[in-house]
Design a binder for this molecule. Structure first.
Ligand SMILES: NC(=O)c1ccc[n+]([C@@H]2O[C@H](COP(=O)([O-])OP(=O)(O)OC[C@H]3O[C@@H](n4cnc5c(N)ncnc54)[C@H](O)[C@@H]3O)[C@@H](O)[C@H]2O)c1
Length: 147
């Protein structure tokens, strides 16, 4: 029994770097994954590694900054696995300058990918997580009450 058996984890920016490493670690610990990155190609490679680890992954390529991304990402988890437990908002990049040279465009882009996109994902996930946990809790209470 692995410590994340039965858990469903969502990871953005999982095609390379830190996100890829997090996804593989979660899979090695037993989680099933829903993965995002800008392009599908690196995600397919990560998905193959996850399969070799004995787990599985649903892929949702595209930018996390798309207005409907949060809803689509959470829906993919519910459609494929029927649950969600872990969210890793990792997608992003640096586009910095010294403040006197940093444009509004740079500031807005970094805020969007690092702040607004994670907010939308968490907002989409909040209600399903609340419902799943409260249903499971009441099932657990009902089960315990029989003893
Ligand atoms: N490596 C560092 O030292 C460091 C330091 C501070 C913060 N971070 C942050 O940690 C995260 C991971 O860093 P990393 O070093 O692994 O970077 P990385 O560039 O190796 O990987 C980031 C991944 O995010 C993806 N991505 C970028 N914008 C995206 C978007 N709009 N939608 C979906 N996917 C997108 C990229 O395609 C890439 O695969 C980033 O958010 C980065 O800003 C990294």
């Amino acid at each position: 029994m692995k410590k994340l058996d039965g858990k469903v984890a969502l990871v953005t920016g999982a095609g390379r770097g830190i996100g890829r490493s997090i996804a593989l670690k979660l899979a090695a610990d037993g989680a099933r994954l829903v993965l995002n990155d800008l392009d599908e190609a690196p995600l397919l490679e990560v998905a193959a590694e996850i399969k070799a680890l004995g787990s599985e992954a649903e892929l949702v390529p595209g930018s996390v900054t798309a207005p409907d991304f949060g809803d689509r990402f959470v829906k993919a988890a519910l459609d494929r696995f029927g649950d969600l437990h872990i969210i890793v908002n990792n997608a992003g990049y640096t586009w910095d300058s010294v403040i006197q040279k940093m444009s509004d465009e740079q500031f807005d882009a970094v805020m969007h990918v690092h702040l607004k996109a994670p907010f939308r994902i968490l907002r989409a996930a909040a209600e399903p997580i609340r419902v799943f946990r409260s249903e499971k809790q009441s099932k657990a209470i009902a089960w315990c009450a029989r003893w």
